[in-house]
Design a binder for this molecule. Structure first.
Ligand code: BG6
Length: 512
């Protein structure tokens, strides 16, 4: 594997962007996300010298925990979950400025204590600090946290300056259109939109950002990127894991809310949107919203545009695994879908008549996220009809994860004295070209929020546009419960019901 420090292709790629002096406050400090993602992200930013010299971290949680113990937990989280090993000298730079504050999320006085602590840190630093509030709690307390940040004057600190307070909101952002609107309303009562950073961690993935570059920095794609040349687009977000220990959460969520409404729709928006007028965050987000608004309402009934299913017992990694209904914390009558697929029609000049197929599921054949643009077949005048011509539709596939890269499927002549053809693949792989030391999504997202760059975050109107599309489907499924819910064996590519979405146009799901 090439050494990323020395690799010639990496020269000039790093653009050191400075974050202002900052205190990050994590609400939900003892949660899983904090240990698995946030603390390791902060550690790696420190490792890469991307944290400002005056950087402070405050964990906020219900349980009283001494500072020293919180630092210990954080160190253990880095050892277990960071992509790099813990180097004591790197961690100690962060650890010595790490504190813990105990308080109830609904306890107004706790926010005054928090404000006092931030002021104390400002005195200690001898300068003003930007406050970045990271709301990583269950959604039931999003509202009191936001309102209390407002009431304690924390939301308006240094307002109107580059170090104005900022808030990062974790998913799930609402559970339908009405709740997402209500949450946006609560947030707008306290923060200006420029202070708000709604997370979709898929946008932090290196390959998702690369989509913009691939599309708009390469002139060869644009002429083909439309209904004249594209036959269909398939977006797959498949997971090999099952629901694991998250049954309680998942039962309330299901695949459509958990993966499609957010991650998969974001991939769709970036794939199908018009070129933005600039790389300005608002210019990009305007185009995404425009695209989401051009999607036709989905027909949820039988023979409609959606399919749902639950995994049954099957195999994962060659080992037998139970079905969803046998998993811990799952009701034996659960109607929660672990797989969902949509057929989307985009009503605009570029995409009229091109189906976009989206699917996501747990316990599928393998973990893969892929966007595949399938082009129209060439006219069958020359190489068609005869057995020696084995042809496939040209396909450009972006592998978002794992094995990041892209592949173009072409037809080529098999060497020999007769003309026989076969589909071949042309690959670009991140790991071979750039080395494999790619930052984790949360590193990028935490850094961008500190800098105040909202490009990779979801704007309020974007969340609503996506929920507007999905909510009628959720309501339909809620009414029908298990009626019309299909099943698929764990370790497969999904249910029969999904085939029915692509069959009418003679398409087939890929097996990426
Ligand atoms: C989360 C979902 O948003 O994304 C999980 O809640 C899912 O259910 C996860 O497993 C997948 O993320 P990644 O980055 O592993 O593809």
């Amino acid at each position: 594997m090439p050494d990323p420090q020395r690799h010639p292709f990496l020269q000039g790629l790093s653009k050191h962007r400075g974050a202002p002096p900052t205190v990050i406050v994590i609400f939900g400090a003892s949660g899983d996300l904090t240990a698995r993602k946030l603390i390791p992200a902060i550690y790696n930013l420190s490792h890469d010298n991307l944290l400002p010299p005056d950087f402070y971290l405050i964990g906020f949680g219900r349980k009283p925990v001494p500072d020293e113990e919180f630092r210990g937990h954080a160190g253990a989280a880095i050892r277990e979950f960071s992509r790099r090993d813990l180097q004591p000298e790197v961690w100690s730079r962060v650890a010595r400025n790490t504190f813990y504050l105990a308080g109830g999320y609904e306890e107004r006085a706790a926010y005054d204590r928090l404000h006092a602590l931030i002021q104390k840190l400002e005195t200690q630093a001898g300068r003003e600090l930007q406050s970045l509030f990271y709301v990583s709690t269950p959604p039931s307390v999003f509202r009191p946290i936001i309102e209390n940040l407002g009431a304690a004057g924390l939301a308006s600190r240094h307002l109107g300056t580059p170090i104005q307070s900022k808030v990062i909101i974790e998913k799930p952002f609402g559970r339908d259109l009405a709740s997402a609107r209500e949450l946006n309303r609560v947030i707008a009562g306290v923060f200006q939109e420029s202070q708000v950073f709604r997370i979709d961690h898929y946008l932090g993935k290196e390959t998702v950002q690369d989509l913009l570059v691939q599309r708009f920095a390469n002139a060869i794609f644009e002429p083909l990127w439309n209904r004249n040349y594209v036959e269909c687009v398939q977006i797959t977000v498949a997971e090999e894991v099952g629901v694991g220990t998250r049954g309680g959460y998942y039962e309330q969520s299901g695949c459509l809310r958990d993966m499609i409404q957010n991650h998969t729709m974001q991939l769709l928006a970036l794939t199908a949107m018009e070129p933005p007028v600039s790389l300005d965050p608002e210019a990009i987000r305007d185009e995404k919203v425009k695209l989401l608004k051009a999607i036709q309402p989905l027909a949820p009934g039988d023979g409609g545009d959606v399919a749902r299913a639950q995994y049954a017992a099957g195999l994962a990694g060659g080992q037998p695994v139970p079905g969803y209904l046998e998993e811990a914390g799952i009701s034996p009558r659960s109607a929660t879908e672990t797989f969902a697929a949509l057929r989307i029609a985009i009503n605009n000049w570029r995409w009229e008549g091109v189906p976009f197929y989206l699917r996501s599921g747990k316990r599928m054949a393998r973990r893969v996220t892929e966007i595949a643009i399938q082009f129209k077949c060439p006219p069958g005048t020359l190489f068609a009809g005869a057995e020696q011509y084995n042809l496939a539709a040209n396909t450009l596939a972006f592998q978002i994860q794992p094995d990041e890269g892209s592949t173009v499927l072409l037809n080529a002549k098999i060497p020999g004295l007769e003309t026989r053809t076969q589909p071949v693949k042309m690959h670009f792989r991140y790991a071979t070209t750039f080395g494999s030391n790619t930052p984790e999504a949360y590193e990028r997202l935490v850094l961008d929020a500190m800098i105040g760059d909202g490009t990779l975050f979801i704007r309020g109107d974007e969340t609503e546009a996506s929920w507007r599309l999905i909510t009628p489907v959720l309501e339909h499924w809620q009414e029908r419960q298990r009626e019309g819910l299909d099943a698929y064996p764990a370790g497969s590519w999904g249910p029969k019901a999904a085939e029915a979405l692509v069959a009418p146009r003679g398409h087939e799901w890929r097996k990426p």
